[in-house]
Design a protein around this ligand. Structure first.
Ligand code: MN
Length: 241
C-alpha cells in the first residue's frame, strides 16, 4: 500500500513539473522561424474549463500544434517556392507540390489548418446556434440535436486519430465528414466551418478512454459567433482556414 502511494506521489510530482515547463514554453510557441505563423491562442488556456482543462489546452496548442508549425517551417527552408502559397492553397493543391514534401504538408499543413480552426471556434459558451448557421443546420440536418447526434457518432466512430467536421461548399450547403489523421476538408474542396479533434491528445488527460463524454462536453465551449463569421466568409469567397 505504501509503495503504491509513494508511486502515485512521485507521478504527481512529475506531472506538476511537466506542467510548469509547458506553461513557461507555450507563450513562445508562435515564434518559430519561417513563413508559417501560429496565431496566438485567442483566450486564456483555462477558458474552456471545466470541459477542456487548461493543461490539455497548453500542451495541445503549445506542443502539438507548435510542432506542426515547426515541421512546416523546417521544410520551407528547402522549398521556398511552394511555401509562397497560403496553407489552404497548398492543401487544395497537394498533388502539385514537389513529391518530397507532399506527405509532410498533408500531415503538418493539415494539422496546422485544423488546429487554427479549432482554437478559433472554441472559447464560447455553446448552447443553441444562432443566425445563418442555425438556419443552415435546420435545413441540412433537421434540427440542432440531430446534427449533434450524428456529429458525435462520427467522432466516436473515427477509428484511431482524426477529426469530425461540419463543412460548407461555395454555395453554403453544409456537410458532415470524419477524416483520419490530420486530413482537412480543404484537401477535398470543402471549407471546415467547425470541427472537433478526436486525437487522444485532445482529451486523454481529462477523459482518458471516454471519447464519447468528451464529444458531448465539447459542445459547451463552441463559439457560434465565430462559426457564423466563418460561414459568411465561406459564402463570400473569403474563407482561409
Ligand atoms: Mn490536436
Amino acid at each position: 500500500m505504501l509503495a503504491v502511494n509513494r508511486r502515485a506521489l512521485l507521478m504527481g510530482a512529475a506531472a506538476v513539473s511537466a506542467y510548469a515547463t509547458v506553461r513557461s514554453n507555450y507563450v513562445f510557441a508562435q515564434g518559430a522561424d519561417g513563413p508559417i505563423k501560429q496565431a496566438p491562442l485567442p483566450y486564456a488556456p483555462d477558458k474552456n474549463e471545466p470541459h477542456i482543462d487548461a493543461m490539455t489546452m497548453e500542451i495541445h496548442y503549445g506542443k502539438h500544434h507548435a510542432a506542426y508549425v515547426a515541421n512546416l517551417n523546417n521544410a520551407a527552408k528547402n522549398n521556398a517556392e511552394a511555401f509562397k502559397m497560403p496553407i489552404q492553397e497548398m492543401l487544395a493543391k497537394l498533388a502539385n507540390l514537389p513529391e518530397g514534401i507532399r506527405t509532410l504538408v498533408r500531415n503538418n499543413g493539415g494539422g496546422h489548418a485544423n488546429h487554427t480552426m479549432f482554437w478559433q471556434i472554441m472559447g464560447g459558451s455553446g448552447g443553441e446556434p444562432s443566425g445563418a448557421i442555425a438556419d443552415a443546420i435546420k435545413a441540412s440536418f433537421g434540427d440542432f440535436s440531430k446534427l449533434q447526434e450524428q456529429f458525435n457518432a462520427r467522432g466516436a466512430g473515427q477509428f484511431g486519430s482524426g477529426w469530425v467536421f461540419v463543412t460548407s461548399d461555395k454555395d453554403g450547403k453544409l456537410g458532415l465528414e470524419a477524416r483520419p489523421n490530420q486530413d482537412s476538408p480543404l484537401m477535398f474542396g470543402k471549407m471546415p466551418l467547425f470541427g472537433n479533434d478526436v486525437w487522444e491528445h485532445a482529451y486523454y488527460l481529462k477523459y482518458q478512454n471516454r471519447r464519447a463524454d468528451y464529444l458531448k462536453a465539447w459542445w459547451n465551449v463552441v463559439n457560434w459567433d465565430i462559426i457564423n463569421q466563418r460561414y459568411a466568409d465561406a459564402k463570400a469567397g473569403k474563407f482561409t482556414v
